[in-house]
Structure formats: structure tokens, C-alpha cells
Write a protein that binds this ligand. Structure first.
Ligand code: NAP
Length: 309
């Protein structure tokens, strides 16, 4: 039986792994479908303390994993299929195999929110994407007009990154003010290759018949006016949804699926703790996720110590 299983290898999961490994709890860490978490899809991370020149998101996560493994954490590339958390020990089904554990730290992060347009799904990988860092350099986007949807830090970051490749980057936001932090917003709006289109939403992505993105249909929410904008790529950056579906019915969550805590990082299930973006919809930063991972590890360690006292 495991002492600690950690779900997720983003900042929260790997920090929990470093701390529980150093507490000799020999954690098993399940990487899930997105090893390294969302930060691996970011280019340069400029606000993680200790890196005055910034650090590549993928490199930061690789370093965290190495640090956790150095102290004995076992990182396994496997997906959690089922969690039974109303029993002791807790029972997890992982790639068809049953794993029992005394405790669990949920750090499963969040995934990209979709717009919900029919053609968004049909044209995914044909010009619709959720990650500029992953896809921006593809030949189909070179020297072409590109569209970014959203008004947060992610949308600004994506738009700025895409100016390296696109002829022009249209930033389409449903309001007339960006949600992004001031430094990101100022930098984005000062970029001559980025053209903001305010108060507007996508009503369709074209053209399924050609099996590639050729443009978007827009609606101005203030005037009701509809228009078409030619483009070769649509980069969607409209926020995230927590990766908590597998825990539905097992622990308390809010109406959006974020895991609720009772005290510290403790969830409604005994011996189950939570950290990072699957719980925190307010701060959602790499450093706050890491901090919560640390807190969850300490809570977990104390829980185990009390159990064996
Ligand atoms: P976010 O801050 O939640 O912003 C999502 C944006 O998408 C908002 O502007 C929102 O519009 C818009 N939106 C949501 N649903 C929409 C829909 N259905 N149709 C059209 N637009 C929609 O998400 P995020 O930008 O991914 O950032 C998440 C967190 O990560 C934030 O805390 C951010 O600070 C952090 N982050 C930091 C950095 C960095 O510092 N380097 C980089 C990326 C992300 P409204 O504004 O009208 O709500």
C-alpha cells in the first residue's frame, strides 16, 4: 500500500512530491494526460521568483521533476480512471490497475476552456488551437493573419508570441477592457502587430468545407453588427476548467467543479488533500500552485503522523 499518491505533475503536484519525498513518504506521482501541467505550454515564465531573466515553462517543470525524483518521488506516466475516496485505504484505479493509498493529494490542474462552437471542434488541429507555444510556429500560420480570443494574461501572452509568426494578430475580446495584468495588457496593446477588436465574440469558425481555418465570423455585442474576418489560425485563450471530473461525487466541489477545502488543504474526504488550479480559481499562478503543493504535503504528513501516533 502507498502512503501518498499525488495526482498531477504541474507546479502543485511536483512541489507536493518534493516535500513528501523529503519527509520519507516515498510518494507515487501520477503524471496524467498532460505531464508537467499547463506551464509546459507557456514560453517564458517571468514571474516565478528566483529567475531574474525568466525561465522556459518546460524547463522549469523538468527541473521540478528532477528535484522531486532526487529525493525519491516515483513519477509514473499513467492516468487515474476511478477514485474511491469514501473508504480507508483509499482506492484508485490507474490504467486498469488498483492502487491503495493512505492519502491522496489532488493536484490535477485545469484544462483549456472551449468556446463551444460546433466548428471549433471540427477544425481543431486544422487551424484551431489552444496553445500558441505548441502550434504557433507551424507553417500554416506563417505570415498569415491570426486570431486570438480572450482578454486575460493567456490571451495577451499568446498574441504577443504569435507576432513572431503571423502577419497580423487580431485580439478578439468580448469586452472593451482586458482582464490581463497591467504589465501584460500594456505590452500587448503597444505591439503594432496586435490589433484589438473589442466587444466582440466569435459566432463561427470557417471553413469546414475546406477542412482548414480560413476566417471567423464575428458579432459586436454592443452594436449587434456581424462581420467576417479572414485568418489562418484561431488561438483560443478563454480560461480554464478544473480537471476534477474523475472525483465527481467523491469529494465536495463548487458548481464549476473546483475542489472545496474544509481546513487548510483538506478536502471533504478523509486523507485527501488538494492543491493548485483544480482548487484555486482566484490566484492561479505557478508560485501559488507551488505554495499550495507545499501546504498539502505538510497537511498530508501531519495527517499520517497523527494516524500512526
Ligand atoms: P482568465 O484570466 O480567466 O481570462 C479568460 C479570458 O477569456 C477573459 O478575458 C474572459 O473574458 C474571456 N472569456 C471567458 N470565457 C469566454 C467565452 N466563452 N467567450 C469569449 N471570451 C471568454 O484566464 P487566463 O488568461 O487563462 O489566465 C488564467 C490565470 O493564469 C490568471 O490568473 C492569469 O493571471 C494567469 N496567467 C499568468 C500569466 C503570466 O503572468 N505570465 C500568463 C498566463 C496566465 P472576461 O474578461 O470578460 O471575463
Amino acid at each position: 500500500m502507498e502512503k501518498v499518491v499525488i495526482i498531477g505533475t504541474g507546479c502543485a503536484g511536483l512541489t507536493a512530491a518534493i516535500y513528501t519525498a523529503r519527509a520519507n513518504l516515498n510518494p507515487l506521482v501520477l503524471a496524467g494526460p498532460m505531464p508537467g501541467g499547463l506551464l509546459t505550454t507557456t514560453s517564458i515564465v517571468e514571474n516565478y521568483p528566483g529567475f531574474p531573466e525568466g525561465v522556459d515553462g518546460f524547463e522549469l517543470m523538468t527541473r521540478m521533476q528532477k528535484q522531486a525524483e532526487r529525493f525519491g518521488a516515483r513519477v509514473k506516466f499513467a492516468v487515474l480512471e476511478k477514485a474511491e475516496l469514501d473508504r480507508s485505504p483509499l482506492r484508485l484505479t490507474v490504467d486498469g490497475e488498483i492502487i491503495e493509498s493512505q492519502t491522496l493529494i489532488i493536484a490535477s490542474g485545469a484544462g483549456h476552456r472551449h468556446l463551444g462552437l460546433e466548428n471549433e471542434h471540427k477544425l481543431e488541429t486544422r487551424g484551431v488551437t489552444y496553445c500558441a507555444t505548441c502550434d504557433g510556429a507551424l507553417p500554416m500560420f506563417r505570415n498569415q493573419p491570426l486570431v486570438v480570443v480572450g482578454g486575460g494574461d493567456s490571451a495577451c501572452e499568446e498574441a504577443t508570441y504569435l507576432t513572431r509568426f503571423g502577419s497580423v494578430v487580431y485580439l478578439i475580446h468580448r469586452r472593451d477592457q482586458l482582464r490581463a495584468s497591467k504589465i501584460m495588457a500594456d505590452r500587448t496593446l503597444a505591439n503594432p502587430k496586435i490589433k484589438p477588436i473589442w466587444d466582440s465574440v466569435l459566432t463561427d469558425i470557417l471553413d469546414v468545407n475546406q477542412n482548414k481555418v480560413t476566417g471567423v465570423r464575428l458579432k459586436n455585442l454592443k452594436t449587434g453588427q456581424e462581420s467576417e474576418l479572414p485568418c489562418a489560425g484561431v488561438f483560443i485563450a478563454v480560461g480554464h476548467v478544473p480537471n476534477t471530473q474523475v472525483f465527481q461525487g467523491q469529494i465536495d466541489m463548487d458548481e464549476n467543479g473546483y475542489v472545496k477545502t474544509t481546513e487548510g488543504t483538506q478536502t471533504s474526504a478523509k486523507g485527501v488533500f488538494v492543491a493548485g488550479d483544480c482548487h484555486d480559481h482566484v490566484y492561479r499562478q505557478a508560485i501559488t500552485a507551488a505554495g499550495e503543493g507545499c501546504a498539502a504535503a505538510i497537511d498530508c504528513e501531519r495527517y499520517l503522523a497523527a494516524l500512526h501516533a
